[in-house]
Write a protein that binds this ligand. Structure first.
Ligand code: 5GP
Length: 111
């Protein structure tokens, strides 16, 4: 069964898209935890970061640079958090790799 993010990638579900190229899509989180809360999602169906392989290294690096560009675009470059939840115990709910870009307010400690 397709994940929600696969349906978004395939154009079957709408999203508030802020970036897209052949490899990566980024869109606003539907239930934001901060004034800026963007999800950066590789189109390749990788379950989570622990399932990424060496061949995914360029894709993962590209995601970091896209996060930087989006942080600038949304004026949070001086204070943002980029995180990925790996597994149920970490709070992952959609099992297609994605990175949360958060900012626009003072972010508390992780935990
Ligand atoms: P996770 O908990 O897996 O790390 O993050 C999943 C995120 O996806 C959550 O922050 C949740 O709000 C967001 N989300 C779930 N369904 C949708 C959706 O249909 N559209 C968008 N834009 N975000 C979604």
């Amino acid at each position: 069964m397709k994940t929600v993010f696969q349906k978004i990638i395939d154009g079957e579900l709408p999203c508030d898209k802020v970036f897209e190229n052949e490899r990566i899509i980024a869109f606003k989180d539907i239930a934001p935890h901060a004034p800026v809360h963007i999800l950066i999602v590789p189109k390749k169906a990788i379950q989570d970061i622990s399932h990424a392989t060496q061949e995914d290294a360029p894709l993962l690096a590209e995601i970091l640079f896209i996060a930087n560009a989006l942080a600038k675009q949304f004026h949070i470059q001086d204070g943002f958090r980029l995180l990925t939840n790996n597994g149920v115990d970490a709070g992952q709910s959609i099992f297609h790799l994605h990175f949360h870009l958060l900012g626009g307010r003072k972010l508390g400690a992780l935990g």
